[in-house]
Design a protein around this ligand. Structure first.
Ligand SMILES: Cc1ncc(COP(=O)(O)O)c(C=O)c1O
Length: 396
């Protein structure tokens, strides 16, 4: 029996079946390539779902983590620790926002952001049952609060009763959002580029309109940058491209580049809402996770990652446009930087499996969209290699 089959069998026996996994057992990574337990090599255009921005085996990143392991892995949030303070400073200075709370995942960052907005409204008037406006086709995570603002009933069904769900509006339709604001609205949450929903960038006027609306009503604007943030769209934070600031921003995925860590970041206006005792987590912001965050910010700066994303992202755009022109089954192409999607006239599951057989890892976003979210250090040559494999799959 191959090692792959051995581990698939074991996985089926011991792991809770909440995923339909591909029949591949990944073992190690090098640069932008992954290797499975039987030594097969894959060009990685998924980066662990938009996580591993720096590629595999970045020496500086690895050394920072190893150094932290030898010092201390964990302390409680009842104390300060050096990496958390340093990492928070880097987030604040690069974002122009005010305060940071570290979490362990994107969903937890969303939970915290929602609590900030609820408490902000509660402090003004504790008598109301507050609600959120969120966007159709959004994705914010799998915890109950995050699911309540996730605009896809498929994920909510059976978990979030209807009365606990947000009010949903059309993404990029300001009038629809406006029509749904009531005196119970405490926050509006949206991704700057919708990821799981099919790679849809926000329109500039939409985000600017949300900003004006939230200012007018004194409700908080939350930008979920878990997937589209951290350089992926060609600026450190995706909203920088739009010139529109949120009151709360959520980060995760590439924030730790593989170490599980997220954050919600508040603008000054929203920083006073949560006070001691209002929120906490045992692991969030521990020295190991935040040493990773700190190293990620340093490496991003030293290696000019966002400039690189702009350049290679533009090249990827051009190459995907060529593919779209060649294959009639490709119906649309959207995205920013190294977060792009090709929409097909039918499901893309089969394309992904066949590409994997040829040594290329791709992701989907919904049923019909191929999502391209490679490590941010990918080069134009890697883009050419990916297009070559994809072409051979589409032609067959
Ligand atoms: C935009 C967005 N928000 C939140 C999440 C949830 O993050 P996590 O899976 O780390 O809980 C995701 C995950 O895909 C996401 O894409």
């Amino acid at each position: 029996m191959s090692k792959t089959q051995e581990y698939i069998n074991k996985g089926e026996q011991y792991l809770l079946k909440t995923y339909n996994r591909y029949p591949v057992v990944l073992d190690r990574g090098e640069g932008v390539y992954l290797y499975d337990v039987d030594g097969r090599k894959y060009l990685d255009f998924g980066a662990g779902i938009a996580v591993f921005a720096l590629g595999y085996g970045n020496q500086k990143y690895n050394d920072a983590l190893k150094g932290q392991i030898d010092k201390i892995l964990h302390t409680s949030n009842l104390f300060y620790n050096v990496p958390a303070v340093d990492a928070a400073e880097k987030i604040v200075k690069t974002s122009g926002m005010d305060k940071v709370f570290f979490t362990n995942s994107g969903a937890e960052a969303i939970e915290g952001a929602l609590k900030v907005a609820r408490k902000y409204a509660y402090l003004k008037d504790p008598s109301k049952e507050y609600e959120f406006i969120a966007m159709h086709h959004s994705f914010h995570g799998r915890s109950q609060g995050a699911l309540s603002v996730t605009g896809n009933t498929h994920y909510q069904e059976g978990f979030v009763p209807e009365k606990l769900r947000a009010v949903f509006a059309e993404f990029n339709d300001l009038e629809d959002v406006k029509s749904k604001v009531t005196d119970k609205t405490c926050g509006i949450i949206c991704e700057v580029v919708q990821g799981e929903g099919g790679v849809y960038p926000a329109d500039k006027e939409f985000l600017a309109g949300l900003r004006a609306l939230c200012d007018e009503k004194d409700i908080l604007l939350i930008f979920d940058e878990v997937q589209c943030g951290m350089g992926r769209c060609g600026s450190l934070y995706a909203h920088d491209l739009y010139g529109v600031k949120p009151d709360v921003m959520t980060l995760a995925k590439a924030l730790g580049c593989g170490v599980p860590v997220g954050a919600f970041v508040t603008a000054e206006k929203a920083s006073h809402a949560l006070v001691p005792g209002d929120h906490g987590t045992t692991y969030g912001g521990n020295p190991f996770a935040t040493a990773a965050v700190s190293a990620v910010y340093d490496i991003f700066e030293e290696e000019h990652i966002t400039d690189h994303v702009k350049e290679v992202g533009a090249y990827l755009y051009e190459k995907l446009e060529e593919l779209k022109a060649e294959y009639s089954q490709i119906t649309d192409h959207r995205g920013l930087g190294l977060m792009q999607g090709l929409e097909f006239s039918g499901p893309v599951g089969d394309i992904i499996v066949r590409a994997m057989d040829k040594g290329l890892i791709l992701m989907s976003a919904g049923t019909n969209v191929l999502r391209f979210v490679p490590p941010l250090v990918i080069t134009k040559e890697h883009v050419d290699e990916m297009c070559g494999i994809l072409r051979s799959v589409l032609t067959a």
